[in-house]
Design a binder for this molecule. Structure first.
Ligand SMILES: Cc1cc2nc3c(=O)[nH]c(=O)nc-3n(C[C@H](O)[C@H](O)[C@H](O)COP(=O)(O)OP(=O)(O)OC[C@H]3O[C@@H](n4cnc5c(N)ncnc54)[C@H](O)[C@@H]3O)c2cc1C
Length: 336
């Protein structure tokens, strides 16, 4: 397999950072990946490599001194079918939204609320992507991967230890596996999840369809989120913090309009965008990095910003939220 040296990552990260990797390689099959991992060419990079998808959740703070690997394993196939469900296996290099379009086109339920999320199938299983009341871990049956010795592994959903935008691949197993495919359980019949008001508003009362939900999600997202092709960004920069219910009750005495969503009996989730907006950051810039004028959760590259400028902006925001509310917000974006 060809290793490309001093490779530009400008087209491979949605923040639009003009950085280079020492080397780049793309694999189109599990066999090609295994051959690379076992070849002498990989030895110098074993301790410094990074697998990326579309780079839509990455912030590069400079050139990457290592090998960047990218999956070009494509293809979606039904591997099992019952009266109610199908198991659909997608290559890790499939564009996530192409998978959703395929599922909806086949009339399979489950992925429609996750329409138009940027990125690829491999990362969906790392990030546990979520939107409009759905998370991909509700669909994932198992994740196939190779370890650095080229050995295949198949992990069950439980083994992936999914949490809010979190999985074992971001923690204990970081850098240990390269995901080659993900198998999702989709349903032949389903109940549409219209729990989000701005989704419901766009759909006919009582007459929503599977494809209608997909169209509504795409329309809401297009109206709400900045297009990375126009303004570099990685979607929500911060996770919504989960805090103790007692802490929320105290805070609400001071901030009666503070929104929250229940997590369990003892915890609630507070929208980070609201906290950032209250700190006066919405629409404000620091150098060439800014908080989006309509979406306080999204940090944007106004043009030519460095990763360090974005990190500096993020640090100011974290400090202000901490000082004002005593709440710690943390990045969803992977800072490299
Ligand atoms: C405009 C915009 C809107 C967004 N909206 C949402 C949203 O609504 N919900 C949401 O959850 N996210 C959202 N995101 C974030 C992003 O789309 C997701 O995190 C997505 O899963 C990232 O996919 P990617 O292929 O770009 O992964 P990358 O950003 O390239 O990588 C993400 C992580 O996955 C790892 N990884 C990637 N591929 C593999 C592989 N094959 N094997 C092992 N590890 C791998 C990387 O090492 C990295 O840790 C948004 C981003 C943007 C730009």
């Amino acid at each position: 397999m060809m290793l490309n040296k001093d490779y530009s990552l400008a087209r491979h990260n949605t923040f639009g950072m003009d950085v280079h990797a020492s080397a780049w390689a793309e694999f189109a099959s599990e066999e090609a990946l295994r051959a690379l991992l076992l070849s002498p060419d990989f030895v110098p990079w074993r301790e410094r490599f990074l697998v990326i998808g579309s780079g839509s959740n990455l912030l590069f703070c400079g050139d990457y001194d290592g090998l960047v690997l990218h999956s070009a394993i494509r293809g979606i196939r039904v591997v099992e079918e019952t009266a109610d469900d199908v198991l659909a296996c997608a290559g890790s290099g499939v564009i996530w939204d192409d998978f959703v379009a395929w599922a909806v086109g086949q009339g399979y339920y489950g992925a429609e609320n996750l329409s138009a999320i940027p990125g690829e199938v491999g990362a969906s299983a790392v990030q546990n992507i979520g939107a409009y009341g759905a998370e991909v871990c509700q669909l994932i049956e198992y994740v196939s991967a190779l370890d650095l010795d080229g050995e295949p592994h198949v992990f069950t959903n439980v083994e992936c230890r999914y949490g809010y935008r979190d999985s074992i691949f971001k923690n204990e197993w970081k850098g240990r596996y390269v995901i080659t495919s993900v198998t999702y359980r989709l349903h032949k019949q389903g109940t549409l999840n219209l729990s989000y008001g701005n989704l419901r508003e766009r759909l006919p009362e009582g007459g929503a369809t599977l494809s209608g939900v997909r169209e509504a999600v795409c329309a809401v997202r297009a109206a709400k989120l900045p297009d990375p092709a126009v303004m570099g960004n990685a979607g929500s920069f911060f996770k919504n913090p989960v805090i103790a219910r007692w802490q929320y009750d105290h805070l609400r005495d001071v901030w009666p309009s503070m929104p929250s969503y229940p997590v369990d009996d003892e915890h609630v989730k507070v929208p980070a965008g609201w906290l950032i907006e209250q700190c006066g950051w919405k629409g404000r810039a620091l150098g060439r990095a800014a908080v989006h004028e309509h979406q306080a959760l999204v940090l944007v590259n106004l043009g030519g910003a460095t990763g360090d400028e974005v990190v500096s902006l993020a640090r100011h925001i974290v400090a202000d939220v901490r000082q004002k509310f005593g709440i710690e917000i943390s990045p969803e974006v992977n800072v490299i």
